[in-house]
Design a protein around this ligand. Structure first.
Ligand SMILES: [Zn+2]
Length: 273
């Protein structure tokens, strides 16, 4: 049996463990495939050589950013620098306006959360309130705790920048894929971070927040993490052993699905007995 489509970020569901669906980016692609039910099975993924923009559907030689053609990479608000560096949001700057004010109003001028998450280490991050808990699953976090809720992306970005100076939040994706990460007292770390929040932002702190916990489908975790790149090596063949974050973990190496957005693949597998 086969599944054919242009890759994009897998859809996730916060179950125990997390459920994943492989989804096509374009309308012509096959219907979503419940990939987390395929653990233990041998899969073959072959890139067809076709690459299309996940936004406009146009052909591109390689994806820019996360599955864009060059034009969409330059033009779309979700590819602007302020998406990576929210403290640079320029929505209100007359001489450098938002690439798309309607998108900005819907995505940036809405409530955002500042959070702590545990993956290979502990990190402070931000996300739109609508992205909870997807954001943390996409990062492969084992736990997350919201710390503050702010009215827009610029303000939460500024606060994150202030706090980033006092937290060592370097995380390593290879370590994240090798297992459950460090034992961290998330509550204690949250107390420490809360105390660092400047007066001007204290009213945004959440008094009561629940800790979210995540487990991922896994038969085992790899000892070595070898990363596949379908643009240079178009065929991946192996037994699917785990899924975490946006990675498919095979006995032969790992594939970051999100990084391959826009790339068309054919996935082949034997039908379940
Ligand atoms: Zn495009």
């Amino acid at each position: 049996m086969t599944w054919r489509g242009h890759l994009k970020k897998m859809a996730v569901r916060h179950t125990e463990p997390v459920e994943y669906e492989l989804c096509g980016a374009l309308a012509e692609d096959d219907a979503p495939l419940a990939i987390s039910t395929m653990l233990g099975r041998r899969l073959r993924i072959e890139a067809t050589g076709a690459v299309r923009c996940i936004h406009c559907g146009g052909k591109t030689r390689k994806p820019y950013g996360e599955g864009s053609c060059f034009r969409c990479f330059r033009k779309l608000p979700e590819n602007d620098i302020c998406i990576v560096k929210p403290e640079l949001c320029h929505f209100h700057q007359a001489d450098n306006p938002c690439r798309d004010p309607i998108w900005g109003r819907e995505h940036c001028l809405i409530d955002h959360l500042l959070y702590l998450a545990v993956s290979s280490g502990i990190k402070v991050g931000i996300t739109r309130h609508t992205q909870i808990p997807t954001r943390w699953i996409d990062q492969g976090a084992s736990a997350a705790l919201p710390l503050a809720r702010l009215p827009d992306r610029l303000e939460v970005g500024r606060l994150e920048k202030i706090l980033a100076r006092s937290i060592n939040d370097r995380t390593h994706w290879q370590a994240m894929l090798r297992g459950d990460g460090p034992a961290v007292d998330l509550e204690a770390e949250a107390e420490r971070i809360r105390a660092l929040v400047p007066e001007a932002y204290r009213s945004y702190l959440l008094e009561e927040a629940e800790i979210y916990r995540f487990s991922y489908p896994a038969l085992r975790w790899p000892e070595k993490v070898r990363s596949f790149n379908l643009l240079s090596t178009p065929v991946v063949d192996g037994r699917l052993e785990a899924i975490r974050g946006q990675y498919l973990l095979f006995d032969s190496g790992v594939l970051n699905v999100r990084r391959h957005s826009g790339i068309e693949i054919v996935l082949s597998f034997r039908a379940a007995a």
